[in-house]
Design a binder for this molecule. Sequence first.
Ligand SMILES: Cc1ncc(COP(=O)(O)O)c(C=O)c1O
Length: 425
Amino acid sequence: MGTQTLNRKSATLDIKWVREQFPSLKLKVNGRPAAFLDGPGGTQVPQRVIDAVTNYFVQSNANVGGAYLTSERNDAMLAEAHRAMADLLGCEADEVSFGQNMTTLTLLLSRAIGRELGPGDEILLTWLDHDGNVSPWLALEEKGVVIQRAEVNPADCTLRLDDLAARITPRTRLVAVGYASNAVGTINPVKEIVRLAHAAGALAVIDAVHYAPHGSIDVRDLDCDFLLCSPYKFFAPHSGVMYGKRAVSSRLRPYKVRAQYDRLPEQWETGTLSHENIAGVLAAVEYLADLGRHCDPAAANRRAALLAAYEAIRNYERVLMEPLISGLLQIPGLKLYGITDPLRFGERTPTAAVRIEGHTPIELARKLGERGIFTWDGHYFALDLARRLDVEATGGWLRIGLVHYNTVEEVERVVEELKRIAASR
Ligand SMILES: Cc1ncc(COP(=O)(O)O)c(C=O)c1O
């Protein structure tokens, strides 16, 4: 594969440089190069992330707060990791909490917010969301909390903002919505949703897990109260991160052990964290910042470099999206769920959910897997959407999910293979 240097606006992504950073991309399956089109389920990691995890164990493996070298190194690393994630999200370091994953952090958050709710209080969710941003809130029904759900347009799998707005009432205490759908790629107008929530005096929580590898996040601009993401979806080890707006987050009383600090961010960081993974998260943010500096050597600081990286990522993924969607739509018997109009590609990520007549999603995923192409099948925990679109009982969808280390060649390859499989029956 040659260097594909894409120059749109000011941001240029050097795909050769990008792929050189990720050693696992060299994997072969039955003699063919592996194509990792499974990013929405978890991404590959750059060499520096692997090194950071290894180095943690060699140089800094200790618990926090000890009066000796490795513990001091660990404390310094953890502080820097909070600062790095703050640069990624556009907030202060004490507004960032690390946890096991997004779902565990959301369960903790829902328990804390639930302490302030009672019978008749309402929470507004959507039918588009991953269950990690649904079940933790449904759990509050046991307190008499009423759950509302905003409708989805079945034609293009976008949220019906009119329906969402109409469901916000004086009883609404919280609106929890995904930034982007991990199933069909729709990007939601989250800033507007936060505005609607706040206008009614409700809190706004954003699940940015699927969006975070694809676009820059600015929690101050969004004005959300909480935002959650999973670093393993953006080139880091398995872990979760929560942003909490200081004024709101410090007011809540999370369930925690007595010896745990009452201050931010520790009040949300239950027990001993996965330090080695957090060392990897720090390295992944540094990778993204270096990608940004590679695109824009004038980037003045880490936040500016991260914004440059995301601009390049977004431009590059847009270029991948065109052959992906148009190629898939040409396959006889294929149905694509989500936005297909190129003029609206700004409203989606390069995540495509499809079904092909006469083939189950698992069968498609297996056949692609044998040919070295890694995709996902099923409902991927976008359980309610799969049920509402009536695909859950018959195997869900096949999901082809691209990130910035994928190539036009890989897109052409998956389209060609699916064409061949579709014609084989
Ligand atoms: C949109 C979305 N939200 C939430 C989650 C849950 O994240 P975690 O695995 O970190 O709990 C996922 C995981 O796939 C996701 O895609």
